[in-house]
Every structure is written in C-alpha cells, then in structure tokens.
Write a protein that binds this ligand. Structure first.
Ligand code: PHB
Length: 399
C-alpha cells in the first residue's frame, strides 16, 4: 500500500472511532444522608467523590457527567427508595451511587433490577446486599472483612478466651455479630452474650448494655456501631464505667475508630485494636498524596476516613465503567466493566470480584496509639486481598 493510501485508511479508521465514541451526557444519581446526624457521612463521601472528579476531569471518556443528588435523610429505607424511584423514572439516571446505610440499599435493590440501573455502593456493608440484584456492585467493604478476622485475631493473638458482643440492631449490626462469632468461635473462643443496643438513627445511652457486659467479665468486648457519633459514645461509655480497669478489652471493626472521630475519643482509646481496610494514617505514597490533596482541598483540620476513600474509589470505578464503554453507556456494559476492575487505591489494591460484584481488599489490624499529642492508627498486621468471607464460606443469606 502506498503511503498516501495508508494515510487515508488510517484517517477513515480514526473518523469511525470518533463517531462511535461521540460524547454523551451521563447522569449519576447520588443517594446520601445530607441532613440530620448522618450528614457528616454524606459530606465525607461527597468530598471523596469531588476530589476524584477534580483530579481526573479527563477520566470519563469525553462524556459530560451530571450529578443528581438526593438526601436519604434516615437509615429506614423508605426515603431512599422514593429517591431512587424518582432518580430512575424522572431524572433518567444511568447509574446510582452513594448509600451509607444498608436498609436504604436493601429497599432500593428491587428498583435497580426492574429499572436496569446499576448501583455502585459506597458504604452499606451488609454482606448479602449484592446478591439482591445483578445490577449492584460494591466498592466499600462487607461486615465480614473486619468482623471475621477480628474474631480470629482476638482469640489467637489477643489471648481472649471469652467475648461479649454489642451491636446496633439492624442488618449490618447482626451481620457484624455473626462475622465476629464465626471467626472467634471457630478459633476456639466462646461468646458469652450478644446484646442488641438500639437503632442506627439515635445514639442511645450505652450504659446499661455496657454494665451488663462488665458484670459478665469477658476478656474482650466486640462492638459494632455505625461509626460517627455512636462510636465516640461507645469509647466514652467504656471509659466512664471503668471497663478498661476491669481488664475488658474493647475491640471491633474500624467503624468504632473512625479517623474523623479518633481525636474526640479521649486517652482511653489508646491501645484499642480494630480491623479495617483504611485509615488516613496509612504510610504509603498513594495514601500520603491522597491525604495531602484532601487537606489542600478541604482544610488542614480535615481528614478523610473510610467513607471518604470509598467516595473517591467509587468515582474511580464509575469513571472506568463509563470510559470503558466508548459510546453508549448501558446497564449491562457498566456491570461488565465493573466486574474485575482493579485500582491502586489510597487503601491499597482493590478489585471488584467478577463473581460476587463485591470488593476484594486487604484487611488490616489497627492499633490506636498516642503519638505527638494525637491518637493515630498503626497497622500491626495485614490479611492480604480478602474476598468477603460470608460469601466464601457460604453462610446464611450469603449462600
Ligand atoms: C451500614 O448501614 O451498612 C453501615 C453504616 C455505617 C457503618 C457501617 C455500615 O459504619
């Protein structure tokens, strides 16, 4: 072929590619709590999403991205479900994201199946949620990523022979209780009691529950509450009723040592052990750059936490799914692109398991240490690249 013919042929291919990748508007519905006690979570996730968007304007394959936000207000499911209905039918969104509270994702699952609109979950952690619809993928965690290894670690490394559990009484709390129990008892420990401690909406007075645990004298007390103001109240109550002096060790998923709340917990948090997949204190180049950019954007006195990083990573997943389709953004194309997606996140390597559409990531053992006048998280052990143990072990609704 002559040079001229080759040039013409290449121009024709380029022209075809340009028409098939014509820019489209992609509408993303975001459902998060923007009012009430949980508004702090909406703000974290928003900030994570915005940081990714601002740093990666070209990551969406030339498409215009329109974000349509709705306030889910409460964890009860009904308001989020109405918002999802409206986002699908009236706002004609191409995909949905956000979802802090499990009941909100659970109530919305049938709508995303009927409407064929993919949902990328940025927090809600009840393990079996992605099984509710083939159009759900999750970039956050399951309650088993932390609860199950915490149970094993408590028995094997913290010398806890007995434990009590306190949990917020709704789906992720029950899931976290089950995860810890399975890890702890299959390692040889014994759970003395598991106490439901009120709902996710209001912070209860934890004193009567904790007093019951103090009287039962377990070696370890495993607590799940949905982060935020609940977690500060947990550590304060533990301190106030003298459980540390009584030799009872407070442990849990990293929700109870959330980065944004750590400095409000007081000196007694020093030495607490939790298991989680993220802390702003991780000493890796990717995370240090992320935290620096976060502080530059939102202020030196702010910090990302596990919800902020999920907003950031979730937007990276969405950008990948949109740009990978090179043209029309369809539900099936989005799900195909999300399955197997992998990313060098501030938390470390993450992948969406193509079989379960759930996240695969390191579970890290965190120790709270007092250093330079502040409390911080030190990673003292790592279980690499954990697939949701609930689904891997085929337990209960994860079968
Ligand atoms: C949830 O509702 O699934 C949930 C909320 C807050 C957390 C963890 C899980 O910290």
């Amino acid at each position: 072929m002559s040079l001229r013919k080759l040039t013409l042929a290449l121009s024709a291919v380029a022209a075809m590619a340009a028409t098939s990748a014509v820019a489209k508007t992609v509408r993303i519905g975001v459902v998060l709590p923007y009012s009430g006690g949980a508004a702090q979570f909406g703000e974290q996730i928003d900030r994570g999403m915005n940081l990714y968007l601002n740093q990666n304007k070209d990551a969406f394959g030339g498409h215009e991205v329109v974000i349509v936000k709705r306030d889910s207000k409460r964890p009860g499911g009904d308001i989020a479900k109405n918002a999802v209905q409206e986002l699908i039918t009236r706002e004609k969104v191409n995909l949905l994201t956000g979802f802090v509270f499990s009941p909100n994702a659970i109530a919305s699952a049938p709508l995303v199946t009927q409407g064929k609109v993919p949902m990328v979950i940025m927090n809600a952690g009840t393990a079996w949620i992605p099984s509710l619809s083939p159009y759900i993928a999750r970039v956050s965690f399951t309650m088993w990523h932390a609860g199950y290894p915490m149970g094993q670690y408590a028995h094997d490394k913290l010398s806890c022979k007995t434990a009590a559990i306190g949990f917020t009484d709704y789906p992720p709390g029950k899931d976290s209780r089950n995860a810890f129990t399975k890890g702890f008892e299959s390692s040889g420990g014994k759970v003395l009691e598991a106490i439901p401690m009120g709902g996710p909406r209001e912070v209860p007075d934890f004193t009567p529950f904790f007093q019951r645990v103090k009287n039962a004298k377990p070696d370890c007390f495993y607590v799940f509450v949905p982060a935020g103001n609940h977690s500060v109240a947990v550590v304060k109550t533990y301190t106030n009723i003298g459980m540390k002096d009584a030799g009872i060790r407070l442990i849990g998923p990293g929700d109870i040592t959330q980065d944004t709340k750590l400095q409000s917990m007081g000196a007694e948090a020093d030495g607490m052990i939790t298991v989680h997949h993220y802390s702003a204190d991780y000493k890796t180049p990717v995370n240090e750059a992320f935290v620096k950019a976060w502080k530059a954007a939102y202020g030196d006195d702010t910090t990302p936490d596990f919800m902020g990083v999920a907003g950031y990573d979730g937007m990276a997943a969405i950008a990948h799914a949109i740009s990978a389709q090179n043209g029309d953004v369809t539900a099936d194309g989005t799900m195909k692109a999300l399955k197997g997606w992998s990313f060098d996140s501030p938390r470390g390597k993450i992948t969406i398991d193509p079989d379960t559409r759930d996240i695969v990531q390191d579970s890290n053992v965190h120790k709270v240490v007092a250093k330079d006048g502040r409390l911080m998280i030190e990673v003292i052990d790592t279980i690499p690249q954990v697939k949701d143990p609930c689904k891997a072990l085929k337990i209960g609704k994860c079968k």
